[in-house]
Every structure is written in structure tokens, then in C-alpha cells.
Design a protein around this ligand. Structure first.
Ligand code: GLV
Length: 315
């Protein structure tokens, strides 16, 4: 019985961490599969299309990421359960990224960094957290945990999700019908949506133009976008156009249409845009291997798996 680790640039690190846990499991790293009949489990990140179906005894796929679009793009994905990676370590990393960037823009830090480069001492008024409405697009594990952390800092919160949610202290909106109302009361849009056929390209000029301009009266120069979901949720040319037109004050992007972000991309040098290299929430070798072995143990014991993906829903 073997676990195959496939696709991630950190596969060897994951394997070393998993071996250190002494599970007794035979751990292999693709493409060194050994006998393909031995492979029962796969820990995968963007495996080459068509490869997973070549393991005749595969019983379970564990996603290296919380998102599973990197698996769903394989039209021949074998029909075995897929488990998403959901872990307090991953969630905490995402929450700290999102809180950092919300605070960064609420405190107008792009401007202060520019002033520093120019050696200019200039006071600029900033809104209090209670004056800023953060809109969370995506109310999954990460969105919900981020709402709690931002609430503690005094921000006003609203949330949007595919289906109705009810979260304490968060004004919730759902579905296509609730989207415009959600956007019209949002100063800082924080996106942790999964990538599905329904959400592809959702962050476009039209959506950005519906964000609240009301924040301008509260000392914030305009709406902000923070995307730590997936790059294919966004149309980057639209984000740049909205920034240049002043419809958007600033943005932080952790994910991109093409990753790594090409050196030629104009996103790198926009003064109101923070670029990070898809590092908002790292799946660390220790945490992901612990999680993987726990799911395998549950599977072997006939216990229910955790965080099983609903293929029809796409996440
Ligand atoms: C990372 O992108 C993840 O899906 O966890």
C-alpha cells in the first residue's frame, strides 16, 4: 500500500515530513511510482492531466490545497473521493494574510510607502476600522475565520456566498440576486472564493464598478480589492483599468491568471498594487503530511473522511 505524492514543487519535502511520522506507509514521489498497482492514495497538486487515472487501485485523492480546481481540470480524474486540505495552520496563515492586507489599505500604506521613497513627511487622515465595511466574497472556512478576526478589530462586515449563510455579526448576502447589494456596501472586497465554472472571471470591471464609493467620504480614497482565492477569478486588465480610472483605490493580489506572474506584467509596478507570490496560505510539509496521514487512517478504519469535495459543486 503506497501513497504517491505528485505535482507539488515541494513533493520531496512533503514526503520527508510524512516519512518522519512513521506511519508504516510506503511513500513515493512521482514520477518514481514503482509498481503502479501499489498506489492506493495520492497527495496531489496540479498533477499532469490523465496521470491519476493510470493507477488502477487508487482509492483516495488528497488535495495539497484548500482549492481543488487544480484537480478538476483533469477530465479523466478517477471517480474516487477527493479530500480538500482544511487545517487550522492553513486557515491561520490565510487569516493573517487577509488581516494584514485589509489593515495595510485601511491605513493607506501604499501612499505612505510612496511618501517615504520621496522622503516626504505628510500627514494623511485615515478611516477608523469602524468606518470601513469589509465584504468577504466566499464564506467558507477561511472567510468565516477572517470575519472573526476582522470583527475583533472593529471593522463592519458583510459576506457573500453561493448559498445562504448566517454568520453572527456579518451581514450576509447570497447568490447572483444578492451580489449587487453586497458590493454596493463594500469598501474593501476580500475574495477567497473557489474557482468553479460559475466564479471564473467574476472579478471584472463591471463588478469592481459596483463597489461602494461611499468610503471616500470616510477618509478612505476609494474601494480596495484583495484576492487570495484563485487568479482565474480575476480579469487583470480590468483591475488595472479600474485602478487607473480611480474606481479602485488599491489592490493586493496573491493569485494571478498566469503563475508565476510573468516579469513583463504591468501588475508588478503599479504603485497601488501589492503583488505576493501565491504565498497567502502555505501548505507546510508538517501540517499537510499530518493531515494526509489522518485521512488515510480514517479511510482504512472505515471512518468518514473529512472535507470531502462535492464534484457537482466543484469544491
Ligand atoms: C492554495 O492555493 C490552496 O488552495 O490552499
Amino acid at each position: 500500500m503506497a501513497l504517491l505524492i505528485i505535482g507539488s514543487q515541494w513533493s520531496e519535502e512533503f514526503a520527508a515530513a510524512a516519512r518522519a511520522l512513521n506511519s508504516g506507509l510506503d511513500i513515493r514521489v512521482w514520477p518514481e511510482t514503482g509498481r503502479i498497482e501499489d498506489i492506493r492514495y495520492a497527495l496531489a497538486w496540479g498533477p499532469p492531466v490523465g496521470v491519476l487515472k493510470t493507477f488502477p487501485n487508487l482509492e483516495l485523492i488528497i488535495s495539497v490545497g484548500a482549492g481543488v480546481d487544480h484537480l478538476m481540470k483533469d477530465p479523466e480524474l478517477p471517480d474516487v473521493p477527493i479530500v480538500r486540505y482544511v487545517d487550522p495552520d492553513l486557515t491561520n496563515r490565510m487569516v493573517s494574510y487577509l488581516v494584514l492586507h485589509v489593515l495595510f489599505h485601511q491605513r493607506r500604506m501604499c501612499e505612505f510607502l510612496e511618501l517615504q521613497r520621496e522622503r516626504k513627511w505628510e500627514f494623511r487622515p485615515e478611516p477608523g476600522t469602524h468606518e470601513v465595511r469589509v465584504g468577504l466574497m466566499g464564506l467558507g472556512v477561511m472567510g468565516e475565520a477572517t470575519a472573526k478576526a476582522l470583527k475583533a478589530l472593529g471593522f463592519q462586515l458583510r459576506g457573500w456566498s453561493r448559498s445562504e449563510r448566517n454568520l453572527e455579526g456579518v451581514e450576509c448576502f447570497a447568490g447572483q440576486g444578492g451580489l449587487d447589494a453586497f458590493l454596493s456596501g463594500t469598501d474593501i472586497l476580500v475574495c477567497t472564493l473557489p474557482l468553479t465554472p460559475d466564479t471564473r472571471g467574476i472579478i471584472n470591471r463591471d463588478l469592481l464598478s459596483k463597489l461602494s464609493q461611499h468610503g471616500r467620504h470616510q477618509r478612505m480614497p476609494g474601494p480596495v480589492l484583495i484576492n487570495a482565492g484563485r487568479g482565474a477569478l480575476q480579469i487583470e486588465a480590468d483591475i488595472l483599468a479600474a485602478l487607473d480610472a480611480g474606481e479602485l483605490y488599491a489592490a493586493s493580489l496573491d493569485v494571478f491568471e498566469v503563475e508565476p506572474l510573468p516579469a513583463s506584467s504591468p501588475l508588478w509596478s503599479h504603485p497601488r498594487l501589492i503583488v505576493t507570490p501565491h504565498n497567502a496560505a502555505e501548505s507546510t510539509p508538517e501540517a499537510i503530511s499530518r493531515y494526509t496521514l489522518r485521512q488515510i487512517r480514517r479511510h482504512q478504519a472505515g471512518e468518514p473522511l473529512e472535507n470531502v469535495v462535492d464534484r457537482a459543486r466543484g469544491y
